[in-house]
Design a protein around this ligand. Structure first.
Ligand SMILES: [Zn+2]
Ligand SMILES: [Zn+2]
Length: 351
């Protein structure tokens, strides 16, 4: 321990957030100390805050950016004190079979080191974080910390879009136009797809159109499967990204899929243990692929950072509000509102 203290955010139970003073850990030779300047509130933290997911006591925050404060002697990543970085909180053991096969995003040991009852988790809503050298990615000077914090969610979508193998001219349907759905829209357009967005909320459908959606569907008003078929001359969706975690959406996505269509379960489905019912002959006769996407590999993260650093992708429209850490309750409330995309917390504002 360094002897110095910092504030960190602990989610102790539903609607129970505690700002705890704790010691700043000292860094090991292969570690970097990052002074965190922005932490975005993602669905995982929101669900834990609401009590839908019961991960307590959670050191929330896994979408963060900050500046390098100290670099261990054996860190080989090219960063120095003062550099602006995005933090990839996902650890990869590099020793399990998943990591050895290259599936580091679904490493077997993601929760290794957690102690029962003790606060666990990435801690991206703290004033400082200690991470391994491989977990920091240098950000360009023109980016704000808030923009940098969105490298992580963008990386998850890079992973999803890569796995879907979109071909130019294909029709991609995105179900749900929250920030994740809209990131899918931007990356699918970049790959030359025609993009249809299905979304219940008008405000979000409008945002999808502003960002380049070729068509939008209101699944409340129109039958989803029928609409997808009509928009594709009966062919169906070549790729569907389910960016909302509801079983029925996955069933409908398979029913509306084209021959050899790919259906991606992007969002986690709640409650865990939910089931879907589908005619297996859909897969036999139509060669549909139903699969999913989880987190991101290191190359996905690098690509996301490159997209931000070069200005190829602008995430400013998704930053709805930045709150000081002292107002974290209000920040969580705002993040649950349907007219926000990402709400960010600055752990040093007002500190
Ligand atoms: Zn996230
Ligand atoms: Zn592993």
């Amino acid at each position: 321990m360094s002897g110095k203290t910092m504030i960190r955010t602990v989610l102790r139970g539903p609607k129970d957030i505690y700002l705890e003073r704790s010691e700043i850990p000292s860094i090991g030779p292969d570690e970097v100390l990052v002074r965190l300047r922005a932490g975005a509130l993602c669905t995982w933290e929101q669900r834990t805050y609401q009590g839908i997911a019961k991960n307590y006591p959670l050191l929330g925050g896994h979408e963060s950016a900050g500046t390098v404060e100290a670099v261990g002697s054996q860190v080989l990543t090219k960063v120095k004190v003062g550099d602006k970085v995005a933090v990839a909180f996902l650890t990869r053991c590099m020793q399990c079979e998943s990591c050895r096969r290259g599936y580091t995003n679904i490493c077997d040991n993601l929760r290794a080191g957690d102690e029962p009852g003790k606060p666990f988790g990435p801690g991206g809503l703290s004033q400082y974080a200690v991470v391994k050298g491989y977990q920091v990615y240098k950000l360009a000077d023109h980016l704000s910390f808030a923009e940098g914090s969105l490298a992580e969610p963008l990386a998850c979508v890079v992973h999803s879009v890569r796995r879907a193998n979109i071909q130019p001219g294909e029709t991609v349907v995105i179900v749900g136009a929250g920030i994740m759905g809209l990131f899918h829209l931007l990356l699918a357009k970049e790959r030359g797809a025609r993009v249809v967005v299905s979304e219940l909320i008008e405000l979000r459908r409008e945002m999808a159109q502003r960002l380049g959606a070729d068509a939008v569907i209101d699944p409340h008003k129109e039958n989803y499967v029928q609409q997808v078929r009509e928009l594709t001359d009966g062919w169906g969706a070549d790729v569907t990204f389910c960016a909302i975690g509801v079983s029925q959406i996955i069933e409908e996505a398979v029913q509306a899929a084209a021959k050899r269509g790919r259906v991606m379960v992007y969002a986690a489905v709640y409650p865990h243990g939910s089931t879907i019912t589908l005619d297996p002959n859909l897969f036999h006769h139509r060669e549909i692929v139903l699969t999913g996407s989880m987190s991101q590999d290191q190359d996905d993260f690098q690509q996301a950072v490159n997209l931000l650093n070069t200005g190829a992708l602008d995430v400013k429209p998704f930053i709805s509000k930045v709150f000081p850490l002292g107002q974290i309750e209000a920040a969580f409330q705002a993040s649950l509102s349907l007219d926000t995309y990402r709400v960010i917390v600055d752990p040093w504002d007002g500190a």
